[in-house]
Design a protein around this ligand. Structure first.
Ligand code: UDP
Ligand code: MG
Length: 342
């Protein structure tokens, strides 16, 4: 099966575009990508393939993707059996890529195709393996979101060997060996930003200003972002566990000191303590911290459970490959559950 790790991939670049309810903007994006493919082909002799992964859209995204012309680049379209989330869509693109290097790009026009040429240059001319883009600033975002992001990266990079760069996005290029490294990572709980920095090799940051969304609305809300953050934190760092233990130690230590103080008061100063409120406060604090620590442990246990089940990250309902220069569909498949299973 061509999705598998051992598959020999041709030299070239696969552009992976996850799409979820992006029907309106897709034709315009495709046009830009075709121009990009043409330039990469004429200027660098780079063969380009585009993989659209339809993540269970509720509009006609897949029908539109299937109708897009494969003029300057091969086009693969993959449609999931339901919405599995962006990380799963990226994984499907990575596994089904037929070219060795990978460029991840959002399907909403926020990742400028013009910048892609710069990313390719950094890979081909300067031999970087992971060329990632990062938001130059977050000035147009609400303050709470900025604060949340800061906090997230602080905890994520607490006491680690390989830091995950702040504000790095999913718009990134992977050299063939970096893409292979990612394919070798077996975990189900995927967090691409973290994983592609964890693998090492030569990494470079490219600051950019994301364009406003061309159409539609971002499908992230605070809840989804919080989910991804917890996912990222618990699959990439033991910091929450460590913070939990630190908190426990801190609390027990102060309780111990406080106990000593009460002893001193009763025995030396002869004071009997009425302190009913302080007892209640103490109990509440300790109870709260215990619940917090249990919650943190629960997150990790849930992670262990989901890795243990080894469920596929996605199921493919339909997929299709059209190669440039061939007028008829060269390959058309209907997904089977095994399609996605390893
Ligand atoms: N996306 C996806 N599955 C989802 C949500 C989003 O494949 O469940 C895609 C979406 O179509 C877009 C990209 O992921 O191409 C980024 O999504 P979005 O623009 O909503 O996120 P933001 O840019 O706000 O981070
Ligand atoms: Mg977006």
């Amino acid at each position: 099966m061509n999705a598998k790790q051992g598959m020999k991939r041709a030299e070239g670049l696969t552009i992976v575009v996850p799409v979820f309810n992006e029907a309106t903007g897709l034709p315009a994006l495709h046009k830009k990508l075709m121009l990009l493919a043409e330039r990469l082909g004429s200027q660098r002799g780079l063969a380009v393939e585009i993989v659209y992964v339809d993540d269970g859209s509720r509009d006609n995204t897949y029908a539109i993707a299937r109708g897009l012309p494969a003029e300057k680049a091969d086009v693969q379209t993959i449609s999931f059996s339901r919405n599995f989330g962006k990380e799963s869509a990226l994984l499907a693109g990575l596994e089904h890529a037929r070219k060795s290097a990978i460029l991840f790009m959002d399907g909403d026009g926020q990742h400028p195709p013009e910048l892609a040429e710069k990313l390719v240059a950094l890979w081909q001319d300067e031999h970087y393996d992971v060329v990632y883009t990062a938001k130059a600033h977050r000035e147009n975002e609400p303050a709470t979101r900025r604060l949340f992001a800061k906090l997230f990266y602080r905890v994520l990079n607490f006491n680690v060997r390989q830091e995950i760069p702040e504000d790095a996005g999913d718009f990134r290029l992977l050299s063939p060996r970096a893409a292979d490294a990612l394919r070798q990572m077996p975990e189900r709980n995927r967090f691409f930003k973290g994983m592609s920095s964890w693998i090492g090799f030569r990494q470079v940051r490219v600051p950019y200003e994301p364009a406003p969304r061309a159409y539609g609305a971002s499908s992230w809300n605070m809840r989804a972002l919080l989910g991804l953050s917890i996912e990222g934190l618990t699959s990439f760092s033991a910091a929450p566990l460590r913070i939990a233990s630190l908190l426990g130690i801190l609390l027990s230590a102060s309780a111990f000191l406080f106990g000593l103080w009460i002893l001193f008061e009763t025995l030396v100063l002869g004071k009997t303590v009425p302190g009913y409120p302080s007892v209640i406060v103490g109990i509440m604090v300790i109870g709260g911290v215990q619940l917090l620590v249990l919650g943190v442990m629960g997150e990790y246990i849930a992670k262990i459970l989901s890795e243990l089940k080894r469920r596929p990250s996605y199921f493919i309902a339909e997929s299709e490959l059209r190669e440039t220069g061939k007028s008829e569909y060269s390959e058309r498949r209907s997904g089977t559950p095994r399609e996605a299973a390893e």
